[in-house]
Write a protein that binds this ligand. Structure first.
Ligand code: S3P
Length: 438
């Protein structure tokens, strides 16, 4: 599929909701499966990535019932109740499925084989496999056991571990914490900067024993998990495309309601404020995961520096923040974001390549990029490189590029946000994005 995008001359306006948070949906399904008793999930993200997690859990013997749109009942089997899978677990495009599942499987007394699509098979798994080996699991596979397909044979109990992660990664941290549920003693993970903490928050809600001290989180095993209802907030990563669109398309005003604003995820809001975006947050509701309504109005933006501890708080939003940087006046410099190279695509390369085709003055750096903003973009044919966030960021760039932009290879949007184009069009006085060839 491709999407043709027209310059959105008359602005975007309206109030929308975005689908459930992807990271939280994966965790709700996984922890629900390991709990005793049912977990009812409302607002589960029905995108390819999260459906892959549900399918993998079903292959491991977990009963999953769809009760309505976004409403699922996970029949918890308890920590000891997973069954040896009779087939390969295919994680598709989803790094979260692969890495978090590896953590769970490290504690199982049976073998499993995991694979994924072409993009996921390129991504590094050694960062998870290595600490799990240290805990006692056997992980073998391609590239010395660091790329999918991987086979994992768990052990029970696993050994406790104090792990200093070389990268800030919630997937690495979560895999170790999940494996820790099967350990003989505490596991702790220290990160160079705090990454999203949904696993810690949710584990605690299921009755897990979690302690946080700065950038170190410790899980003490024992006691098991108890099923419970979970309501998934709207995904800030999905909302970010509309927040940036509202900020850069002249004469726009967009509200996104019910969005998760966990502080480990709100780096984009800080970045946009630094850029002088007209952005407001209201109706904040505190809970296991804080939620709020966000409103943005178009204004002129300026460049900013993004680096350090802010990076893990907006790592998935850097493609769309780059679009804001191309429109804003002055320089946007992103440093310390080498992790972008191992996402669904090498996002430093793909951003420089595709925004460059639209005329943005963007330079790729080893660990980030530099954009000299304020140069008008001109519509042309660009490609997603099979990366959902690149596809959506390029569609938003197309709204401000002169003439028509054609974004090729947009099927990947379904991995995180199947309704993206329809929701975008609902904000425009007349459709601005036309899917073709689907
Ligand atoms: C995620 C963690 C991040 C993020 C990804 C989702 C998660 O990845 O980029 O989209 O749900 O834990 P890393 O752990 O590789 O930083």
């Amino acid at each position: 599929m491709r999407v043709r995008v027209r310059h959105a001359v008359r602005g975007l306006a309206g109030t929308i909701e975005v689908p459930g948070d992807k990271s939280i949906s994966h965790r709700a399904a996984l922890l629900g499966a390991l709990a005793t008793g049912p977990t009812e999930i409302a607002g589960f993200l029905e995108s390819e990535d999260c459906l892959n997690t549900l399918r993998a859990l079903q292959t491991l013997g977990v009963e999953v019932t769809r009760k309505g749109p976004g409403q699922y009942r996970i029949g918890g089997v308890g920590l000891g109740g997973l069954q040896e899978p009779d087939d390969v677990l295919d994680c598709g495009n989803s790094g979260t499925t692969a890495r978090l599942l590896l953590g769970v499987l490290a504690g199982q007394p049976f073998g499993s084989v995991l694979t994924g699509d072409e993009s996921l098979r390129r991504r590094p798994m050694g960062r998870v496999a290595e600490p799990l080996r240290q805990m006692g699991a056997t992980v073998v596979g391609r590239s010395e056991g660091s790329r999918l397909p991987l086979a994992i044979r768990g052990a029970r109990p696993l050994k406790g571990l104090c792990y200093r992660s070389p990268v800030p990664s919630a997937q690495v941290k979560s895999a170790i914490l999940l494996a820790g549920l099967y350990a003989a003693g505490p596991v702790s993970v220290e990160e160079p900067a705090p990454s999203r903490d949904h696993t810690e928050r949710m584990l605690e809600g299921f009755g897990g024993r979690i302690a946080v001290d700065g950038s170190t989180v410790t899980l003490t095993p024992g006691g098991g998990l108890t099923g419970r209802p979970i309501s998934v907030p709207g995904d800030l990563s999905s909302a970010s495309f509309f927040l940036v669109a509202g900020a850069i398309v002249p004469a726009s005003r967009v509200t996104v309601r019910g969005v998760g604003v966990n502080p480990t995820r709100t780096g984009l809001l800080d970045g946009l404020r630094e850029m002088e975006a007209d952005l407001g947050l209201c109706g904040k509701r505190d809970g296991e995961e804080p939620i709020a309504d966000l409103t943005v109005s178009a204004s002129s933006l300026r460049g900013t520096r993004v680096g350090g501890a802010l990076i893990p708080r907006l790592i998935d939003e850097l493609p769309i923040l780059a679009v804001a940087g191309a429109v804003g006046e002055g320089v946007m410099e992103v440093t310390g974001a080498r992790e972008l190279r191992v996402k669904e695509s090498d996002r430093i390369f793909t951003l420089a390549c595709e925004l460059g085709k639209l005329g943005a003055r963007i330079e790729a750096r080893e660990d980030g990029f530099l954009i000299r903003g304020g140069v008008p973009m001109i519509g042309t044919r660009v490609e997603s490189h099979g990366d959902h966030r690149m596809a959506m960021a390029l569609i938003i760039a197309g709204l401000v590029a002169q003439g028509e932009t054609v974004v090729e290879d947009t099927d990947c949007i379904a991995t995180s946000y199947p309704e993206f184009v329809a929701t975008l069009n609902s904000l425009a006085p007349e459709p601005c994005a036309y899917p073709e060839g689907g």
